[in-house]
Design a protein around this ligand. Structure first.
Ligand code: OGA
Ligand code: NI
Length: 367
């Protein structure tokens, strides 16, 4: 429980910052104090708010059975994957090879980690954490953000097993390592299918440069007393190659359809929770590699007063030193390169220097 020298006064900016960010109580700690109204620091400007009424039911055909990828129907399944990637940029997969018990264990581990007393979690705050491969925090970069998102997170960056076993929290290190191993197999098959459809053949080493960096987030979205003015995650696209995401049964992840629609006419679709399925979405780098054919869609997570939500995305990204530009085979066919080639590290550095969200990041490499 809260036992600082200074009592929390939620309408005082400094006090709130100390409590939520510095002491590591997070949004969860704030909710545990019994707040009935969100502090001003969490109130989003109208254009960042999101009302679920805005989102339509998702189409039935969003779910793809990966067991058929090695059977006689391979061509059909490859086409379905490519179609999903070039339209919505989001789809769900079943029979993905990640054990179902592991999915349950990941959700349990997330609740376990965030359910601990704040002091335990605070050991992984930026500055306190013994290693950069694990970091606990809230929102995105709360020191820099005017308005905070309604979520806490634990970020684990994979370098090698020994580092993970030594430094990642006991509550999650084993399950997260297993998640990385089993999902990587699936990501390779998906990426092979997606590039096959582009007429590009990837050998193992090229494949590895495109998905060689792996970061897992365990995200905790507490219940919110004012869901209409807050946001779990602001609208953004993922910057890597392919994201795999495990969500629980609460819902609230919505995706923007198409890119050309004006703000007044944009359409959103909810990604419905499906037990045992994983969500897959195209990141900015795959949009670049495919010369714009596969879409890195904007998405958002709503808050709710009904139930705490957890999710566990794994971001599969290029190695920082990898140069990423459209595949030459695709440029030759399209007759034009829509993006210039940059090192992935340059791309991410550009993003971290800017406010979170939207799709402005891709403009950095657009021609
Ligand atoms: C993200 C994200 C969605 C979710 O962390 O990039 O989009 O459901 N998360 O938590
Ligand atoms: Ni995302």
């Amino acid at each position: 429980m809260y036992s600082s020298q200074m009592a929390l006064s939620i309408n005082d900016e400094d006090s709130l910052f100390n409590f939520v960010v510095k002491e590591g109580n997070g949004v969860k700690g704030l909710v545990d104090t019994g707040v009935t109204e969100v502090p001003g620091r969490f109130i989003q400007p109208p254009h960042q708010r999101f009302d679920k009424q805005q989102a339509a039911e998702s189409p039935e055909n969003m779910t793809i059975d990966l067991s058929e990828l090695d059977g006689p129907n391979r061509d059909q399944v490859v086409k379905a994957i490519a179609h999903a990637a070039e339209t919505l940029g989001f789809f769900q997969v079943v029979n993905h090879g990640v054990p179902l018990e592991l999915l349950d264990s990941l959700k349990t581990a997330t609740h376990k980690f965030f359910g601990q007393p704040s002091e335990k979690k605070a050991a992984y705050l930026k500055g306190a954490s013994p290693k950069l491969t694990v970091m606990y925090g809230t929102s995105f970069i709360p020191e820099k953000e005017k308005v905070w998102m309604w979520r806490d997170f634990l970020k684990m960056t994979y370098t090698n097993d020994a580092d993970a076993l030594e430094f990642w929290p006991n509550e999650c290190k084993e399950v997260v390592l297993e998640y990385i191993k089993t999902s990587t197999e699936m990501v390779k098959r998906l990426l092979q299918a997606l590039t096959e459809e582009l007429g590009v053949k990837l050998d193992d080493s090229r494949l590895n440069t495109l998905i060689g960096s792996k970061t897992v987030h365990m995200i905790f979205y507490p219940t919110c007393p004012n869901p209409e003015v807050t946001i779990g995650v602001k609208r953004h696209s993922d910057m890597g190659t392919l994201t795999v995401l495990l969500q629980d049964d609460v819902g609230g992840l919505c995706v923007r359809k198409g890119e050309s629609l004006s703000p007044e006419n944009e359409e959103w679709i909810e990604v419905p929770p499906i037990h045992g399925a994983l969500v897959v979405n195209v990141g900015d780098m795959l949009q670049v590699l495919s010369n714009g054919r596969y879409k890195s869609a904007e998405h958002v997570v709503q808050t709710t007063s009904a139930k705490t939500r957890v999710s566990v995305p794994i971001f599969n990204s290029p190695l920082p030193v990898a140069s990423i530009g459209p595949f030459p085979e695709v440029v030759a066919r399209d007759g034009v390169a829509r993006y210039r080639e940059v090192k992935y590290a340059e791309y991410t550095n550009n993003i971290y220097g800017k406010p979170y969200g939207g799709k402005q990041a891709l403009e950095f490499v657009s021609i």
